[in-house]
Write a protein that binds this ligand. Structure first.
Ligand SMILES: [Zn+2]
Ligand SMILES: [Zn+2]
Length: 87
C-alpha cells in the first residue's frame, strides 16, 4: 500500500495520493506545503538550498517544505497543486 512520504498516511486515509513520482505526497500535505510557501516566501527570490528537492533534484528554490526527512520545493508544490486541481 503506497503511503504519503510527508505524513506517512496510506492511500486509504487521504483523498488523493500523488504517486507518479518518488517520494509520494497526498492532497493534505500539498495544501499544507502550499500554505507554508504562500505565507512566508511569496515575494522572495529563488536561492541555493542545502539539499536538492526530491521531486525535481533542483537545488535552486524559493523555499522547501520538509517532513519525515523528505524534501519538496515550491515549484514542485505548485505542480502538485495543478495535478490535484485537474483530478
Ligand atoms: Zn501527506
Ligand atoms: Zn522540486
Amino acid at each position: 500500500m503506497p503511503r504519503c512520504s510527508f505524513c506517512d498516511r496510506s492511500r486509504d486515509e487521504v483523498r488523493t495520493l500523488i504517486t507518479s513520482r518518488s517520494p509520494t505526497i497526498c492532497d493534505d500535505c500539498v495544501g499544507l506545503a502550499r500554505a507554508y510557501v504562500d505565507e512566508r516566501f511569496a515575494g522572495i527570490e529563488p536561492r541555493l538550498m542545502r539539499e536538492p528537492c526530491e521531486f525535481c533534484r533542483d537545488l535552486i528554490a524559493r523555499c522547501q517544505f520538509t517532513a519525515y526527512g523528505h524534501v519538496i520545493c515550491d515549484v514542485c508544490i505548485g505542480l502538485c497543486v495543478d495535478v490535484l486541481s485537474e483530478a
